[in-house]
Design a protein around this ligand. Sequence first.
Ligand code: 4NP
Length: 159
Amino acid sequence: MPSYRICFVCLGNICRSPMADVVMRQLVSTAGLDVQVDSAGTGSWHIGRGANPPAVQALGRRGYDGSTHVARQFGPGDFADYDLVIGLDRSNVADLRLLAPDDEQAAKVVLLRDFDPDAAAGDRDVPDPYGGPDDDFDHALDLVTAACKGLLNRLPVRR
Ligand code: 4NP
């Protein structure tokens, strides 16, 4: 089993959490850390589908490959598989805490941008870019990347 396991969770698991998944995988791999990185959505609409094409394209503009993603839904039984369950916005965090089977599992839920040292106090969400212009996807990817770098420095694992 990997020494640490994290799962990014957004609403659809086709835009924001797949981007976080791809960026964080790259960061932990470059750092040589034994960390399992996954993603999921609280909703069921897109189970089994690939990432939203604009998200794949935004990743591609930054040199990442988002083409292998398969969307899945996060359920109460999934908490046991992770050390940290990371919501992309505050509604994801609220939904996850309601979904958690007990307080111990609920305590694993955190908000991604809380790991970004430059995030302003009143600006903690990665906004949902679904259906929006490419700029919204690029912006979401910027926010995700900054927060994932902060998260990397806070993981309780050493190489
Ligand atoms: P995501 O974006 O949560 O970043 O994957 C969404 C994708 C699809 C929907 C909502 C948000 N949807 O309602 O289908």
